[in-house]
Write a protein that binds this ligand. Structure first.
Ligand code: XUL
Ligand code: CO
Length: 436
């Protein structure tokens, strides 16, 4: 029996609709800057929060009503869940999804049994992908839940754990390839430390670099051509995650010779935990040609942990889309809702409200960012602000024609520098508000 038979196909009805089960802004075929909204945003549903969260938290038991679950950790239940997930994504018009190996299939008593379980679920995923046309944005391996990973996976103090992690990622990459996944993600899990007294940081980072190079070599061996993505996060579960922010990740990728195969998957709640805005992380990654994909969510600025809420703030989505459009779009990445409904939002229909809200918020952000760009005033201001670099001494410096000697001579002759033009921050903030 269908799990969502009482829920209609979600359709675009326009901003005046009062139907809570309709899009007011996400109109998949509408063209923006020469590309459809669907192709700009490439929305993706995450399997872990949407189909595995049960509402439990450190203080209390599960709360969420999920009538399709039979309460077991069997392969049959997991296969049935795949059918439910695809029914949901079809009704939502979500073109992509993302998973961890362990949230689609139960972990077995041995690595061999886990691999076998994964294959049995991949059979159904493949069938459902063919039936619906929904595609896999990325796969990844959960190397943080099982107690074997208590000290980390690739950065564990125990070499057998490194070997286990290698075997697990090998299999997860094979399944991602089989399902046509466009990317493969490494989020740091427990790759970090709780205390430096017991940690050989240099050795752990070298191991991680070696592990990721092994992943690249294996991709070449099996013909996986997708992009590898690192997902920065500064803390939680460890006190310090090695992939702490975009700048740290890019430095790591350069240091270990991984820049040509890796980009970043930037997540809003991780950015704010790192003390950055999402716009900062996107602009930094874009500036280094490393913007791969985003995990779209939001934190609660009054709480110090990863609350993974659905994004509904139009300023946030506008800033995201300004940075994404500026850097040429998400390419093979997408807007992946790494977000979960609150523990008190107990009904299956809440999954629809949550995703519709996130999709509409991003659609609005896209339209607003495109309007700001089309009007052109903001860019004109920035161009003007840097115009001293376009001709004369600025252009000469940028093209490498100067050194400290020549610049010193130039300034001794000129006498003083005159940067006295206003930054006009308040005017520009008002300018953005005109479009919101
Ligand atoms: C954890 C997180 C992960 C990754 C995938 O904070 O964001 O779910 O997105 O491992
Ligand atoms: Co994430």
């Amino acid at each position: 029996m269908a799990a969502f038979s009482d829920i209609p196909q979600i359709q675009f009805e326009g901003p005046d609709s009062d139907n809570p089960l309709a899009f007011r802004y996400y109109n998949p075929d509408e063209m923006i800057e020469g590309k459809s909204m669907k192709d700009h945003l490439r929305f993706s549903v995450v399997y872990w929060h949407t189909f595995r969260a049960n509402g439990s938290d450190p203080f209390g038991a599960p709360t969420l009503n999920r009538p399709w679950e039979d309460g077991t950790d069997s392969v049959e239940n997991a296969q049935n869940r795949v059918r439910v997930a695809f029914e949901f994504m079809e009704k939502l018009q979500a073109p992509f999804y993302a998973f961890h190996d362990r949230d689609i299939a139960p972990e077995g008593d041995s690595m061999a049994e886990s691999h076998d379980n994964l294959d049995k679920i991949a059979d159904v995923l493949e069938e459902e992908q063919k039936r619906t046309g929904i595609k896999l944005l990325w796969g990844t391996a959960n190397m943080f839940s099982n107690p074997r990973f208590m000290h980390g996976a690739a950065t564990s103090c125990n070499a057998d754990v490194f070997a286990f992690a290698a075997g697990q990622v090998k299999k997860a990459m094979e399944v991602t390839l089989r399902l046509g996944g466009e990317n493969y993600v490494f989020w740091g899990g427990r790759e970090g430390y709780m205390n430096l007294y017991n940690t050989d940081m240099k050795r752990e980072m070298d191991h991680l670099g070696q592990f990721l190079n092994m992943a690249v070599a294996y991709a070449d061996e099996i013909g996986f051509k997708g992009t590898f993505l690192i997902e920065p996060k500064p803390k939680e579960p460890t006190k310090h995650q090695y992939d702490s922010d975009a700048a740290a990740c890019i430095n790591f990728l350069r240091a270990y010779g991984l820049m040509d195969r890796f980009k970043l998957n930037i997540e809003t709640n991780h950015a704010t935990l790192a003390g950055h805005t999402m716009m900062h992380e996107l602009d930094y990654a874009g500036a280094q040609d490393c913007l791969g994909s985003i995990d779209a969510n939001t934190g609660d600025l009054l709480l110090g942990w990863d609350t993974d809420q659905f994004p509904t703030d139009i300023y946030l989505t506008t800033q995201c889309m300004m940075a994404i459009l500026k850097h040429g779009g998400l390419g093979d990445g997408g807007v992946n809702f790494d977000a979960k409904v609150r523990r008190e939002s107990i009904d299956p229909i809440d999954l629809f409200h949550a995703h519709i809200g996130g999709m509409d918020a991003f659609a609005r952000g896209l339209k607003i960012a495109a309007a700001i760009r089309a009007e052109g005033g903001l860019q004109q201001f920035v161009d003007e602000r840097y115009s001293s670099w376009d001709t004369g001494i600025g252009a000469q410096i940028e093209s490498g024609k100067h050194d400290f000697n020549s610049l010193s001579t130039y300034m001794l002759d000129k006498g003083e520098a005159d940067p006295n033009t206003s930054g006009r921050q308040e005017m520009l903030e008002n300018h953005i508000n005109r479009f919101i």
